[in-house]
Design a protein. Structure first.
Length: 376
């Protein structure tokens, strides 16, 4: 079969995902438009309540995005200039950005060997008297080694903040990520597992007093209409987003189960391709496969040929944060975090979304097998 006749396999497919709930989405959007109320209101409170119920937490605070949600958490923990916060260099820049925005110093630690998340041992090695918090990221929807992080942050009396932007719904030993540390942050960026229709995010915190402060911080430090107890930011979830997310939220677990099923299909279909390293899952975790990231040699060539074969792939992420111009001031260029750099050079995210079919996974895998053979 000529390449031009191959059926394209998209990386994600929003239209397919939303088709069954299209009417409900339209109804919700029109309800908000017709209400004339676009900030706050019952949809925002209702969404927060419903999300809290899915997490088994008393409260959720919605935010304009995860970046500012993380910033709010750090600020409200009193973290700022002179402090250090440890995180992974293999993440979206938002994680590190939120730390720098407080005036605190970003401190990177390398990845756990064989996995894509921050290594607790590497994090421990980076602790100094200035360290205030650790932010593990549940990258790709794979829970980080939370037992180790809880032990570590207890031992050193540090704050433990979970970046769950890619992992909403994932579990570690039966507990939902975000509810294990002192605080957890979620993103509703459209491509995330609970994607909105624009930007959005949410925060949970174990301490009710901290939660109250975060809620105020995200709304200009406001206690009532023109009364401000401290300066905060404008980081609210739009009413329209909340109303639409209320339609999607009840489907999240089912969507995540579809992702996990697709991951099992890939696991089967990719076995026996010698070039491909499949993602490893930490014991006692239920990942939610925001992406299915394999590792391959000659990754860029593989990606280019996959594109020729009609398979859209992604790279999360091509650069370790420490190697970016934004972090040259840390003076930790190439070579500082070998595991992260090894990951950045070899990861390739295959098509993954809740409505991907058995045939699409099989086809994508067969085309990958052919591409790998052609590059031998
Ligand atoms: C998407 C993402 C963020 C940022 O989320 P926004 O809602 O876009 O601000 C933070 N951390 C990780 C790991 C992400 O994937």
């Amino acid at each position: 079969m000529g390449l031009e006749t191959l059926k394209p396999i998209p990386f994600v497919d929003m239209a397919r995902l939303h088709a069954p709930i299209q009417d409900a989405l339209h109804t919700a959007a029109l309800r908000v438009i017709d209400s004339g109320r676009f900030i706050g209101g019952e949809d925002v409170r209702g969404f927060e309540r419903e999300m809290a119920a899915t997490l088994g937490t008393p409260e959720v605070c919605s935010a304009s995005c995860a970046t500012l949600g993380l910033f709010a958490v750090l600020k409200c923990m009193g973290i700022g200039p002179g402090d250090e916060v440890i995180t992974t260099p293999h993440t979206a820049i938002a994680t590190a950005e939120a730390i720098s925005l407080t005036g605190a110093q970003v401190v990177f630690g390398d990845l756990q060997p064989g996995y894509f998340n921050l290594d607790p041992a590497q994090a421990e090695a980076r602790i100094t008297p200035r360290t205030r918090a650790i932010i593990p990221v549940h990258l790709y929807g794979q829970p980080a080694d939370m037992d180790a992080f809880v032990r570590l942050t207890d031992k050193h009396q540090l704050m433990l903040i979970e970046d769950c932007a890619q992992a909403q719904g994932a579990r570690h030993k039966g507990r939902r990520v975000g509810t294990i540390g002192h605080a957890g942050v979620y993103s509703f960026f459209p491509s995330k597992n609970l994607g909105g229709f624009g930007d959005g995010g949410a925060v949970v915190a174990r301490d009710p007093a901290l939660m109250k402060r975060i809620r105020m911080f995200c709304d200009h430090g406001r206690t009532s209409k023109y009364m401000h107890e401290f300066e905060g930011v404008n980081s609210r979830l739009d009413t329209l987003q909340a109303a639409l997310l209320r339609v999607c939220l009840p489907h999240l677990d089912e969507w995540n189960a579809c992702r996990a099923r697709a991951a099992r299909w890939y696991d089967e279909d990719l076995a026996g391709i010698p070039e491909v390293t499949r993602p490893r899952v930490l014991p006692d975790t239920d990942p939610v496969y925001h992406v299915y990231a394999i590792q391959v040699p000659r990754r860029d060539d593989v990606q280019a040929r996959m594109k020729e074969h009609g398979v859209e792939t992604g790279i999360h992420y091509p650069h370790a944060l420490n190697t970016l111009p934004a972090y040259t001031h840390l003076q930790q260029g190439k070579g500082s975090f070998p595991n992260a750099e090894q990951a950045c050079a070899h990861v390739l995210s295959l098509p993954m979304h809740p409505s991907i079919t058995r045939d699409e996974v099989k086809e994508a895998s067969e085309r990958l097998r052919a591409v790998c053979a052609s590059l031998r």
